[in-house]
Design a protein around this ligand. Structure first.
Ligand code: NM2
Length: 525
């Protein structure tokens, strides 16, 4: 019986939490929102420093692993070929890990920093403009990608090196927790991950849907209201459900490739038809500021505001901690996905590839799209900030695009790209959720109906909360739901080191020919 493959305790546990959160929010929206906000203030206010430390530690840990003995371990046997070429690999990685939110934030994030900078800088002053273009790159930069990559290590290691056909977070912490993983603790770990991801995905949908609907409004004149937004959400769900159903080699790969070409088109278009020289100079300068101030940004908290009369800007809580938490809830999923597509690469290639391609890709988005908007503002061609404060961010994003020549072409392409970007994250997410809620993967893929099921489940909570008018609560909830993942990340790193060190030691004594250390003159698969 195929259904025996389902890991029922995890499956049902995840649904219980989903309904356990959604139903009270429907029945008591105001009290619900209040509770979520209190929980959020408590977490970010008291444990913000944990998020900040986790980010830094993840970065150092990965760099250490990449250049240690572990880095040379090949994910597979001596003759294992790479499953995907580097182009498709990078495209799939980026498309899975990054969704439509990058279009949203790359276009508009600078405007928030411009008005509310960190480091005690005066808003809208010259210095705040310089940081405005840089901070987005930081929040989508090396630390963020390190958070994404860390879970991939143990997962890929157990899947391809120790050859356990299970794609599960709980399975990856077995070296530390031992047999406990087979009991309720294992289910709890998987359920926490599923719940975190549903929260993070909810944030993505909460941001993406209004932006896509504004785009459609601009093209067709269809109004932006609850009904059209719900329609957009359902259409997107339909698209990623089909893609996930058709699987990794077809739907997910085709959409990822299409995604990449459209990205090249949009970025190229804005770069060429926008202020090319300004964009180039501002991007390069921002990279400089990023490198120069990296650790200042990575550790910026506001302890003084707690004991002195210095004003607290809430910048760390609203941005860096929020972002790390958001990357964190996606991280085990991206780790599972990166692991799944990395057969035949070495650990070092997987780590450096993810961090370098990921960061560079994000820098391009923020450099080109962000600096275009900044240029409009500074050159007084379009008052982005004024427009945003009046009509909100999603409408402003579309209005910025309307300042470009051939906007009749750019807005539709941008809108389609947002839909595809969203879908390429959610198809992989439903694929991975199905894998985690299964005992094992027969034939390498989770069951098809099971993938469809998770696709619709992902959109359930955002859809319901949209109707009670509270997507904001959802965004906040997603952050709260990610808190336990901090500890799961530590377990994941520990497990990887424990297992790989043991195997390396054993293979030195020729007792375990299970790991294959890639050598310099090996042919690439
Ligand atoms: N991250 C990258 O909405 C999305 O683009 C998916 C968001 C975690 C900020 C991921």
């Amino acid at each position: 019986m195929k259904n025996q493959l389902i890991d029922w305790p995890t499956f049902i546990g995840a649904l219980i939490i989903l309904f356990g959160v959604t139903i009270p929010l429907i029945l008591f929206p105001e009290t619900g929102a209040e509770v979520v906000n209190i929980a959020n203030d408590f977490m970010t206010g008291n444990f913000g420093v944990l998020y900040i430390l986790l980010g830094l530690l993840a970065l150092f840990f990965l760099l250490f692993v990449a250049f240690s003995k572990q880095g040379k371990i090949k994910l597979g046997n001596r003759d294992t070929k790479r499953e995907f070429g580097t182009f498709s690999w990078a495209a799939m990685l980026f498309s899975a890990g990054i969704g439509s939110s990058i279009l949203y934030w790359a276009m508009i994030e600078w405007a928030y920093y411009y008005q509310g900078p960190p480091f005690g800088i005066t808003p809208e002053a010259e210095e705040s403009i310089r940081y405005a273009a840089t901070y987005g790159m930081f929040h989508w930069g090396p630390i963020a990608w390190a958070i994404y990559t860390l879970p991939a290590l143990p997962i890929a290691y157990f899947y391809y090196v120790r050859k356990k056909p299970v794609l599960k977070i709980s399975e990856s912490v077995r070296p530390v927790l031992g047999k406990l993983v087979d009991g309720p603790l294992g289910n709890i770990i998987d359920v926490l991950f599923i719940f975190g991801l549903m929260g993070g995905a909810g944030t993505t949908l909460a941001l993406g849907t209004p932006m896509i609907t504004e785009g459609i409004n601009d093209i067709t004149g269809l109004p932006v209201n609850l009904l059209t937004q719900a329609g957009v959400m359902l259409v997107c769900t339909g698209i990623f459900a089909i893609s996930s159903y058709s699987g990794l080699q077809r739907g997910i790969k085709i959409l990822s490739d299409a995604n990449l070409w459209l990205v090249i088109f949009i970025l190229g278009f804005v770069f060429i038809f926008g202020p090319t020289v300004f964009i180039s100079e501002a991007t390069v300068s921002s990279i400089g500021i990023l490198l120069n101030d990296f650790f200042r940004m990575a550790t910026w908290l506001e302890p003084l505001a707690q004991v002195t009369s210095f004003e607290s800007t809430l910048f760390p809580e609203s941005w860096t901690i929020f972002y790390w938490a958001w990357w964190l809830v996606y991280a085990p999923f991206v780790g599972l996905f990166v692991a799944r597509i990395s057969r035949g690469r070495t650990i070092q290639q997987m780590i450096l590839g993810t961090m370098i391609y990921g960061t560079l890709g994000c820098i391009l988005f923020f450099g080109i799209l962000g600096n275009y908007g900044l240029f409009l503002q500074l050159s007084n061609s379009f008052d982005v900030i004024g427009y945003m404060n009046e009509y909100g961010a999603p409408a402003t994003i579309i209005e910025i695009l309307n300042q470009l020549p051939f906007s009749g072409l750019v807005v539709p392409v941008f809108t389609i790209l947002s839909i595809i970007f969203l879908s390429t994250t959610f198809d992989s997410a439903s694929y991975i959720l199905a894998a985690v809620a299964q005992k094992s993967l027969e034939g390498g893929d989770p069951l098809r109906w099971h993938r469809l099921f998770w696709a619709f489940t992902l959109c359930f909570m955002p859809l319901v909360l949209m109707f009670i008018g509270d997507l904001q609560t959802l965004q906040t909830a997603s952050i709260v739901s990610g808190f336990p993942i901090i500890f799961i990340m530590i377990l994941l790193a520990w497990s990887f080191m424990k297992a790989s060190n043991k195997d390396i030691r054993a293979s030195r004594e020729y007792r375990a020919p299970t790991i294959y250390i890639a050598r310099k003159n090996d042919k690439e698969g």
